[in-house]
Ligand binder design. Structure first.
Ligand SMILES: [Zn+2]
Ligand SMILES: [Zn+2]
Length: 184
């Protein structure tokens, strides 16, 4: 059995993780599970920016994965950055095992608007699928509603759908068939 592991980094609500587990299974048709493991968050923390280095967390995330793990999606509430960007919604290894997504700037509250749970979950799911998509070899797509469209602002996340366009979906299918991953 092969899994997409959803791994919380720091405190993440159980209901959010379960929502992602179900929805990501529906998207990729690959068994998905929540896997807890310890993180040394201090390694990635930048006290000057008061943010966490995304690439550092990603490296820690993919360190020594279990043999049955196919892909890893790290989920965090921490605010992520890489040196050339003020912030990131997420990061992933193209064709690799690991992807990372942050809910920090997906909350309405971050923008001074009252919270909306459904919207938060939908944004997190879109970005989670997007980052995982990169690990399946997908690059950014220019199809209007495709989830692989790149987003710099939450408004752009809200404009795209949670789905792959036909061409991106074909690539994911192709990847899965190449490894004959069964659902048993
Ligand atoms: Zn991307
Ligand atoms: Zn696409």
């Amino acid at each position: 059995m092969s899994y997409i592991d959803i791994v919380p980094i720091g405190e993440v609500e159980e209901t959010v993780l379960s929502f992602l587990k179900q929805s990501i299974f529906q998207t990729f048709k690959i068994q998905t599970r929540i896997r807890n493991r310890p993180f040394d968050l201090s390694l990635a923390y930048d006290p000057v920016r008061d943010q966490y280095n995304s690439s550092g967390l990603l490296l820690e995330l993919i360190n020594e994965p279990p043999p049955e793990t196919l892909k890893i999606l790290g989920v965090t509430e921490l605010d992520l950055f890489i040196p050339i960007f003020t912030f990131l919604f997420g990061e992933a290894q193209l064709n690799g095992i690991g992807a990372l997504v942050s809910a920090h700037r997906l909350h309405n509250q971050f923008y001074g608007i009252s919270g909306n749970r459904e919207l938060l979950e939908s944004r997190l799911l879109k970005e989670g699928i997007h980052e995982l998509g990169h690990t399946f070899g997908l690059i950014h797509c220019f199809t209007l509603k495709c989830v692989m469209k790149s987003s710099t602002y939450v408004e752009e996340i809200d404009q795209k759908s949670i789905q792959f366009c036909k061409s991106c979906e074909q690539e994911v299918l192709h990847w899965r068939n190449g490894r004959s991953i069964s659902l048993k």
